[in-house]
Design a protein around this ligand. Sequence first.
Ligand code: ZN
Length: 191
Amino acid sequence: MRAGFPDFRLGNVLATSFTGTLSERHGDAVERIPTPHRLVDWLAVSGLAVDSCTTAQLDLARELRESIHAAATAAAIQDALPASAVQVINDRSAQGRAAAILTPEGKRQWRLSSASCVEDALSVIAADAISIISGERDGKLALCASPTCQAAFFDTSQSRTRKWCDMNTCGNRQKKARFHANQRKNPRSAE
Ligand SMILES: [Zn+2]
């Protein structure tokens, strides 16, 4: 991790982990890939290592990210998918070449056509987004209950009742807020 940059919030789902590189979209937004280098870092920890990234490639990545966010949000609230977002997702999906590789340990890895090809990495992310938005994967798209976040996340819990995009950040903050509110209401009963 490079010092001075906001940490990544990594989840189990590639596409929503990627949309999570911009958080608090409805509050004080935190950009977690502010520079091309930070996108390189994020891709590395996400199993899509590339050597380098240009500013133009970072722009492509952010455009894809916001398109996935828009389409996933629409899918979560059962709204029509925004055509422009669908177009960007499809363009990124079609314009990269990446191969799924099975390791001897039985794990899936991605092999990009070249180490400098951010577009290949973006195509893997776009395809992941398509698999969750199309409903082909087991789980349900939902929006984070935190009013300043409202991130789209993929709920794979048994009951499909997950409320927050991330338990450690949004979930915790909400729990703390509730605790303090209760404390104000019943100062004596708290602890
Ligand atoms: Zn959230």
